[in-house]
Design a protein around this ligand. Structure first.
Ligand code: PLP
Length: 341
């Protein structure tokens, strides 16, 4: 149910090799993508009313999964001024006797923010003072890091948190194997066993063909990761440059993942060619889609406004074409005040 012995062995090897984390097969589970693993972990562990701390901006699925499992998402705002990262003080203030989990996601979707080992150490110091809180770290974008930014996962930074941490990863991003649907986690054997129970009564095992493919990915030549990392870095730089040329938009190059979280504060209050006022990011995203045929995701879905998210995991052609359209869209906006004058 929870993974073939061969894949568990490959995962144990990956965690030891890349994260200095040493697991036994009973501490490993394989699911139908990291999404499935995270969902099972929450279902297996949350009682109604348990709280889960989620720093915003967050990946859209976390609060929804917590809600389905009858938990309460506790959102902590981490804005651009703090690098989109939650501080130790904020974490301390958010913890209550009902807190069950902290969900960390580094590199982050949608901002690409990466917690430094020092920042993780500061969070860990708070967590050590609150032994009832467990840590779910979603490390999906671990390998998509740019500018030689240092990276560590929290259980590596603070080994005393090892038993309280569920370290989640997968092959979707590092090996561009999203469609194969393989994700995995290492964690406390009792939790893993409860997750196995839920998986056994719901989806059973992930496809054995996909599991064999994941063994090949994890145990094979890893040079493809660096090749894609360089490629994404080049596309990131190109897209950041182009979007910063758009009137009213602003974005800094993210250290990780393959998204840009673009501030559109500068277009709020402006008017479109058809006379519609852009009151918020939702209006802007609608305008981009409806009048310029570019699909983006509004920041409200990720818990921090006014932003929208785009991805640079697309071809050069698509980056150039979409940025040209966004630039035209921004240039087409006028200041109401100017019009009145
Ligand atoms: N975690 C994060 C932060 C993601 O962005 C995604 C996919 O977009 C996932 C997990 C899900 O990955 P998987 O394809 O392994 O389910």
């Amino acid at each position: 149910v929870g993974g073939t012995p061969a894949l568990k062995k490959a995962i144990i090897g990956k965690f030891a090799r890349e994260n200095n984390l040493n697991y036994t097969p009973g501490q490993i589970i394989v699911g139908v993508g990291a999404k499935h693993v995270l969902f099972n972990a929450l279902l297996a562990s949350l009682d109604p009313g348990d709280e889960v701390i989620i720093p915003a901006p967050f990946w859209v699925s976390y609060p929804e999964m917590v809600t389905v499992a009858e938990g309460i998402p506790v959102i902590v705002q981490a804005d651009a001024a703090q690098g989109f990262k939650m501080t130790a003080l904020q974490l301390d203030a958010a913890i209550t006797p009902k807190t069950k989990w902290l969900i960390l996601n580094s590199p982050n979707n949608p901002t690409g923010a990466i917690y430094s080992p020092l920042e993780l150490k500061e969070l860990a110091e708070v967590l050590l003072r609150h032994p009832h809180v467990h840590i779910m770290t979603d490390d999906m974008y671990e390998h998509l890091r740019f500018d030689h930014v240092e990276y560590k996962t929290i259980a590596e930074v603070e080994p005393e948190l090892f038993n309280r941490t569920l370290t989640v990863n997968g092959v979707s991003k590092a090996y561009a194997m999203t469609g194969w649907r393989i994700g995995y986690a290492g964690g406390d054997a009792e939790l893993i066993s409860a997750m196995n129970l839920i998986q056994g009564q719901s989806t059973t095992n992930p496809s054995s063909i996909s599991q064999a493919a994941a063994v090949a990915a994890l145990d094979g030549d890893q040079s493809c990761i660096d090749t894609m990392r360089h490629e994404y870095e080049r596309r990131r730089n190109m897209m950041v440059e182009k979007l910063n040329e758009c009137a009213g938009l602003q974005v800094t190059a993210p250290p990780g993942a393959f998204y840009l979280y673009v501030s559109c504060a500068g277009v709020i209050g402006k008017t479109t060619e058809r006379g519609r006022t852009i009151f918020n990011e939702g209006d802007f995203v609608d305008y981009l889609l409806g009048e310029h045929n570019v699909a983006t995701v509004p920041g409200e879905a990720f818990g921090l406004s006014p932003y929208f998210r785009v991805t640079f995991a697309v071809s050069d052609e698509d980056i150039i074409e979409s940025c040209t359209r966004i630039k035209q869209a921004c240039a087409g906006l006028t200041n109401k005040r100017e019009e009145v004058a």
